[in-house]
Design a binder for this molecule. Structure first.
Ligand code: GDP
Length: 296
């Protein structure tokens, strides 16, 4: 792996000894390094460009103060800006709705939707003391319905049965009905995913959204997805009013630049991060820590 950004910047900074201020050409040199670091972390190019423009403005004219080297100052600025960009508006799951509060899980197949649905159920049961029902609208993959059943049991959540011959909207309505009658606080709705974005899938999830009127619509995205995350995020943002993001597989070896892209594209806050395959592998997203990781 390439050397850490702070190291690379200090090389540039050595040439700046004796200067009182960071000049435009210093900033340009440093920004080249920042840009490289972000691209290596798989942040999407348009997002990198916007980010650089913003940081450049902040950095220009900064005084090269006291013992803090300009390189450290620059790393500080970049870190803060990254964290602010990813962390603004962070909040726990919103449950302010007439019960059951419905949470719709959206994302590509393999992103970790089903696993995350159960992790979230466990979080809501244990930390928020809620009575939670789960249901799967994935009528294309009976195995996915079974998978949700299994992981819901591990989470201590009740699972509402569905079958492949039903329409997702009908399943969702029946689940809401059941949840109301049995005084559930929360209904988590897992949905079908595809390996790539497709129109039928988007139409279906829009219909589901309209029928469910969820209080949270969460976009589940794989931190390892890298550059592709931007197209996925765009497509889901266009289809749905996303209220939050869950970044999965942050325990993988990617630098997690997808977080920055997805946050920038959707404007929705990253609420949680998946940190393992296990049912308790979910954490509140820590923007500062993630910023450090992206910069390496
Ligand atoms: P879905 O198709 O979106 O429902 O995805 P699944 O929930 O079936 O997850 C796909 C794979 O990713 C499974 O093997 C999960 O165990 C794994 N997975 C999900 N979240 C995480 C995570 O945060 N960390 C790791 N290491 N694996 C995860």
């Amino acid at each position: 792996m390439a050397s850490a950004l702070s190291e690379r910047l200090s090389r540039i900074v050595k040439e700046m000894r004796g200067q009182a201020r960071i000049t435009e050409s210093n900033v340009t040199d440093m920004m080249r390094e920042v840009r490289m670091a972000l691209l290596e972390a798989d942040v999407a190019l348009p997002v990198v460009r916007d980010f650089i423009a913003k940081v450049k403005e902040k950095a220009l004219g900064q005084e090269v103060v006291g013992s803090l080297t300009p390189g450290q100052a620059m790393v500080g600025i970049v870190n803060r800006e990254l964290a602010a960009l990813m962390g603004a508006g962070v909040a726990d799951i919103n449950l302010a709705a007439q019960p059951p509060a419905v949470i719709l899980m959206a994302g590509l197949q393999g992103a970790g939707k089903t696993t995350t649905t159960a992790k979230l159920a466990k979080h809501l049961i244990e930390k928020r003391k809620k009575k939670v029902l789960t249901v799967s609208g994935d009528v294309y993959r009976p195995a996915a319905i079974e998978q949700l059943k299994m992981v819901s049991a591990q989470a201590g959540a009740e699972w509402f049965p569905s079958t492949a011959d039903q329409k997702p909207v009908d399943i969702a309505r029946a689940a809401i009905d059941y949840a109301r009658k049995h005084y559930f606080d929360v209904l988590l709705v897992d949905t079908a995913g595809r390996l790539a974005i497709d129109e039928a899938l988007m139409r279906e999830i829009k219909e589901l959204h309209a029928a469910l009127d969820p209080v949270e619509t969460l976009f589940v995205v794989d931190a390892m997805q890298g550059q592709d995350a931007i197209n996925t995020a765009k497509a889901f943002k266009e289809a749905l009013p996303l209220t939050g993001i869950i970044l999965t597989k942050t325990d993988g070896d990617s630098r997690g630049g997808a977080a920055l892209s997805v946050r920038a594209i959707t404007g929705a806050p990253i609420k949680f991060a998946g940190i393992s395959e296990k049912i308790d592998g979910l954490e509140v997203f820590d923007a500062e820590r993630h910023a450090g990781r992206i910069l390496g």
